[in-house]
Design a binder for this molecule. Structure first.
Ligand code: GDP
Ligand code: MG
Length: 163
């Protein structure tokens, strides 16, 4: 069985765009509307010969972001069971939000290796967000642009030791 890598992050950071980029087909529905990616979506990904199953999630998307119980329930649904590693995606243009920090805390309590992905890092607009993301405590982020395809190959170096 191929290793499985699950994409985690708050709404609108570009998880589904990254999934589509890695899978190379429009399998995940990309939309700004909350709750569009209802279920976990699985796809086959290949990076420089490294083959893995990538999982798109939307666990933090269709609950009122201000109610902790709603999020807790969803957190259980976004089960990491079966995943060998997680890509924790943040929006480098928006910077780190309280929800990013909360997801980061939750991820740290799980026993799963995490690659921090600073998406939307095309151009200069994402620079400060990339630096800010070190504060999440997952080490060096991988800056990339899922939409433009820049930096996606750099995920290889971060992922292969983990899966
Ligand atoms: P999700 O909610 O985390 O699955 O995010 P989506 O993949 O649906 O993307 C949310 C929005 O961010 C969409 O409007 C995308 O076009 C946009 N987006 C995704 N990746 C990038 C990127 O690399 N750069 C920029 N500027 N926008 C992006
Ligand atoms: Mg999505």
């Amino acid at each position: 069985m191929k290793p499985q890598v699950i994409i985690i992050g708050r709404p609108n950071v570009g998880k589904s765009t990254l999934f589509n980029r890695l899978v190379g087909k429009k399998l995940a529905l990309v939309d700004d509307q909350p709750g569009v990616t209802r279920d976990r979506r699985l796809g086959d990904a290949e990076l420089a010969g490294l083959e893995f199953t990538v999982v798109d999630t939307a666990g933090w998307e269709d609950e009122d972001p201000d109610t902790l119980p709603g999020r807790m329930r969803k957190q259980t649904e976004v089960s990491l069971e079966g995943a060998d590693a997680a890509m924790f995606v943040i929006d480098a243009r928006a910077g780190i939000t309280p929800l990013d920090e909360e997801i980061g805390r939750w991820l740290r309590s799980q026993e799963i290796p995490v690659v921090l992905v600073a998406n939307k890092a095309e151009g200069k607009a994402g620079e400060s967000g990339v630096f800010e993301s070190y504060s999440l405590g997952f080490g060096e982020p991988v800056p990339l642009s899922a939409e433009h395809g820049e930096g996606v190959a750099d995920l290889f170096g971060a992922l292969w030791p983990l899966i």
